[in-house]
Design a binder for this molecule. Structure first.
Ligand code: 4NP
Length: 156
């Protein structure tokens, strides 16, 4: 079983969506015994809150149900609980690396767009102050990256 944690800033837009997209792929392909995922934020501003209502609406249109509740990344527990810790942008990756306790933690940190095979973005841009297109773009990138992630993990 491989454990994957998606991480963004607030854990109300990008990483809960990544979690829902990956969970849909896991269910569709019957990979429940192979992969498990969760999400967290590098900031605790929204801790205890459900996902952003706009993100929920755009996700719902594509069949994804965002159910997660925001929680902050916990370096004392999460580096040990998860095998892959995947930030949505360069800042998330930088913040995670700053919390890593040693090389073994650092080796678990990746950026979501590293797994894309169609989309040519080098981050999943923060949609919080954006319009409709920003939320659609998040989902476009995440769908591509989650496909790539499953392929990579299955080949390992
Ligand atoms: P997320 O989006 O990191 O994808 O969950 C954001 C959510 C909240 C804020 C920024 C980004 N904020 O500044 O409150």
């Amino acid at each position: 079983m491989k454990h994957i944690l998606f991480v963004c800033l607030g854990n109300i837009c990008r990483s809960p969506s990544a979690e829902a997209v990956l969970n849909t792929l896991i269910e569709r392909n019957r990979f429940e015994n192979d992969f498990q995922c969760d999400s967290a934020g590098t900031a605790a501003y929204h801790a205890g809150e459900p996902a952003d209502f706009r993100m929920k609406q755009f996700a719902k249109k594509r069949g994804y149900n965002l159910t997660s509740i925001s929680r902050p990344f916990d370096s004392k527990l999460d580096f040990d609980r998860f095998d892959y810790i995947i930030g949505m942008d360069r800042q998330n990756v930088q913040d995670l690396k700053a919390m890593a306790r040693h090389e073994n933690d650092r080796k678990k940190i990746f950026k979501m767009t590293d797994f894309c095979f169609n989309q040519k973005y080098d981050s999943v841009p923060d949609p919080y102050y954006g319009g409709d297109a920003a939320f659609e773009l998040v989902l476009d990138i995440l769908e591509d990256a989650c496909e790539g992630l499953i392929r990579k993990l299955r080949s390992e």
